[in-house]
Design a protein around this ligand. Structure first.
Ligand SMILES: [Fe+2]
Ligand SMILES: [Fe+2]
Length: 170
């Protein structure tokens, strides 16, 4: 969905749920590859997750603090913080290290569970229209997903770059 069709909280939920499906499709394929190809695929996954999670923290989890509960919203952010640390660990091991495959499979499973928690505990309860600011954030996130303007090579830096750029729209 293009941001031009993005008007309600449920439009944003559809957009994010489509991204969950893309992540589920793309993430396991990293392990089918080796060498530079695996590294490049891992980078695409890291970029996709960095922008996706930063957009969620800047939009749906904020909405969820009032429309669902502060505890649920905080639990989702905590899962995202845990994924950030798991990805940083994988980056320091390297995509062709002996431990990579087991740790990466664990990350895939955690990411799938996290997405299910969002869809089941949070997304269905968000209502109302998006503000112009939220729409602008989605438009920015779409550009960042293409790699345009996203700074940093590590997940931590890409996540921070996405966060900072989204924050500047507030
Ligand atoms: Fe998330
Ligand atoms: Fe998500």
């Amino acid at each position: 969905m293009s941001h031009t069709e993005m008007n309600t909280a449920q439009d944003l939920v559809t957009y994010l749920t489509d991204q969950h499906q893309q992540v589920k499709d793309v993430m396991p394929k990293v392990l089918d590859l080796a060498g530079d190809e695996r590294q490049e695929a891992f980078t695409r996954v890291r970029r996709m997750l960095a922008v996706h999670e930063a957009l969620e923290q800047s939009t749906v989890h904020l909405l969820a603090t009032t429309e669902v509960s502060p505890e649920e919203a905080a639990a989702r952010v905590q899962e995202e913080t845990a994924a950030e640390s798991a990805i940083s660990d994988l980056e320091s091991d390297g995509a062709m290290s002996a431990d990579f495959e087991d740790k990466y499979r664990a990350l895939c499973s955690d990411v799938v569970n996290h997405a299910a928690h969002e869809e089941e505990e949070e997304f269905g309860q968000l209502t109302g229209d998006l503000t112009d600011q939220a729409k602008a954030k989605v438009a920015l996130a779409e550009k960042l997903q293409d790699g345009t303007g996203l700074m940093g090579a590590s997940f931590k830096d890409m996540f921070a770059s996405a966060h900072e750029q989204l924050r500047q729209l507030e």
